[in-house]
Design a protein around this ligand. Structure first.
Ligand code: NCD
Length: 291
């Protein structure tokens, strides 16, 4: 079993992860033997703080060992090794492979070669399924449900892989989604018809503002980045009359003002912390089903 895209998982499989993550969140120290002496490999070909380190913390909390790299220039990919070959090699060393890569589709390609459970930790502007599980977990905790709520996705909706994974998952579980794109960065057509609203309207009508950074590293054209960067900012004044909570996969640049951090609506640091129990649930589930 792999986690390359949540589209391949049933509703029940997703809900089982969220429920299991709740039990890990309640008792994070009580499961040190669950994956004792299993080996998790984190192979990160792109920068990461939260995703890699929350996976590593999750593995350690379950008693697993961790190997891996976060600087691909120090690996054989710098000598020209293909991703398929690297994945096949790592599949011979570890029991699960957590992969982040700049190319969309990389996770599916590597999964076929690895022969061990593979988890997509972000593939270019493609998907980021474990972030979506963290987001669903946080929304369910903070709003009490997913069904029937309205989520406004804000910012770089063109290149942001977090929203590309999150939107179909929200729709499956009955949430309404609206978009507030930064200039020129609307959702791709493949996401279907998602109504556009202004940021002010979203703040007044949504239950969740899901804010994202402009993905500087994905632009071929520096003018496109300059036109979008800084165009949408969520600050305390915008939220004055709002009932919405604010989520952000992080890192933020300047799209959520630091004055929001002091408001009860700010849930993005809780969201980041939820990364550990949710990834514990993912690792436990995938590794238990693979001896
Ligand atoms: C996101 C990513 O890598 O896609 N970060 C994360 O995993 N929390 C969002 C981003 O980089 O903007």
């Amino acid at each position: 079993m792999n986690l390359t895209s949540l589209a391949e998982w049933s509703d029940d499989e997703i809900l089982a992860i969220l429920d299991r993550a709740e039990s890990f969140a309640r008792d994070p120290n009580g499961h040190r033997d669950l994956l004792a002496d299993r080996i998790v490999c984190t192979a990160f070909f792109e920068p990461s703080t939260r995703t890699r380190l929350s996976f590593e913390a999750a593995a350690h909390r379950l008693g697993a060992h961790v190997i891996g790299f976060s600087d691909a220039t120090a690996t054989s990919s710098a000598k020209g090794e293909t991703l398929r070959d690297s994945a096949r090699i790592l599949g011979g060393y570890a029991d699960a492979l957590v992969l982040r890569h700049p190319t969309k589709g990389a996770a599916k390609e590597a999964a076929a070669a690895a022969g061990i459970p593979l988890i997509n930790a972000g593939d270019g502007d493609g998907e980021h399924p474990t972030q979506t599980l963290v987001d669903l977990f946080t929304i369910r905790r903070e709003c009490g449900r997913i069904d029937g709520i309205t989520v406004a996705v804000v910012g770089d909706l063109r290149y942001g892989r977090t929203v590309h994974s999150l939107i179909p998952a929200l729709q499956r579980f009955g949430a309404n989604v609206v978009q507030v794109p930064a200039p020129g960065l609307e959702l791709p057509e493949s996401m279907g018809k998602v109504p556009s609203v202004s940021l002010a309207e979203a703040a007044q009508t949504a239950d969740v503002l899901y804010v994202t950074r402009v993905q500087k590293e994905r632009f071929d054209d520096p003018d496109g980045y300059a036109a979008a960067q800084g165009a949408l900012v969520v600050d305390a004044a915008l939220l004055a009359e709002s009932k919405a909570i604010v989520l952000h996969p992080l890192p933020r640049v300047d799209e959520v003002d630091e004055d929001v951090d002091l408001l009860p609506a700010a849930k993005y640091f809780d969201q980041a912390r939820n990364g550990v129990p949710v990834r514990m649930a993912v690792l436990a589930t995938l590794l238990e089903n693979h001896s």
